[in-house]
Design a protein around this ligand. Sequence first.
Ligand code: NDP
Length: 398
Amino acid sequence: MSKVLIIGAGGVGTVVAHKAAQNSSVFSEIMLASRTKAKCDAIAGAIGGGRVRTAQVDADNVEELVRLIRSFGPDLVINVALPYQDLTIMDACLECGVHYLDTANYEPRDEAKFEYKWQWAYQDRFRAAGLTAILGCGFDPGVTSVFTAYAAKHYFDEMHYLDIVDCNAGNHGMAFATNFNPEINIREVTQKGKFWEDGQWHMTEPHEVHKPLNYPGIGPKESYLIYHEELESLVKNFPTLRRARFWMTFGQEYLTHLRVIQNIGMARIDPIMYNGVEIVPIQFLKAVLPDPKELGENYTGQTSIGCRIRGMKDGKERTYYIYNNCDHEAAFRETGTQAVSYTTGVPAAVGAMMFLTGKWTGAGVKNVEEFDPDPFLAELAVQGLPWHEVVDGDLELD
Ligand code: NDP
């Protein structure tokens, strides 16, 4: 029986609140807090039964966070606000002696550069306080990291090549929309590509490297090499990896819009003056783009995300592919959000369950691949994200 405070009432927060409410034997009391309380109230109302309490909080403000955490007294704070708030929420957790979990690593507002260094720097403080901070517990990072740990535990003596493949073959019927927070999403996908090979990072131009890959139940989709945050912790935690890459599918229409957005300066993250008011173009763009949370209703098709791994077992080369497919319509029926929010929120709730039921333990700042993958993957399937394996199949990637 545990109390959790969920911070952030977007698409992902909606799913975490639903899943926590469905699992009352673990989550006995739930509070959902965000910048706009009305959004929390709407989610709590949709869940019903008085299961979810709500509050207003500015998560950029440590004092406000501390006041809220002290008044509610949670065992764990689940941070599904934006990556900008990671450090303030970790500070508040340290001050109040509460454990922490998130789904995206810290990123400074004024630089589109996500790295674990800021959060890993909290290691000694969390250890000394006897507190746990679980980093990156969404799908990617999150399930992809646990998939990799599961492969290392059960299928390989040594893993050599890792390719994380992320396909969204869904159709929301709009010319352009992002599947999670537009500001964070556009900052991520317009960066240079980056992958790990032979002990160092290699850079590519944005979307320069691409090839069609076949996704189970979906078929071939053009997949682009991009940088993604779990690569940083996975190459550190699995040092036998000679190469680690991340591939994501994009449609031509999406890429064309993205190119135009960049070319006309709407992806800029530096402030400009407009009619005497300072605005940040990408934040203004977010305000006029569709809210990812509202995409669910007409969203059809599936996502397919997994890990393709090559390495050695008992002296022989082996390949292994582990993946989940998630249906946008089924996700919407259950939680009122599309599959991208669903595949992020369910693992966050499952990670919280692992911690609160004592299956994941240990003080300090930890990426999810550092915990036992078995109970997490067993529960993930129960909570709506079943996964599948292919041993010694064609990985399509040399
Ligand atoms: P949304 O933009 O839909 O929701 C973010 C929520 O955080 C909103 O409710 C917003 O409030 C709230 N918020 C923002 N700033 C503050 C603040 N200062 N104080 C309090 N609340 C604040 O995002 P998503 O739900 O799509 O994504 C949530 C997180 O999940 C992001 O960090 C994203 O990077 C991560 N993510 C991780 C994935 C993974 O697989 N690991 C995949 C997809 C997303 P308001 O409504 O008032 O703006």
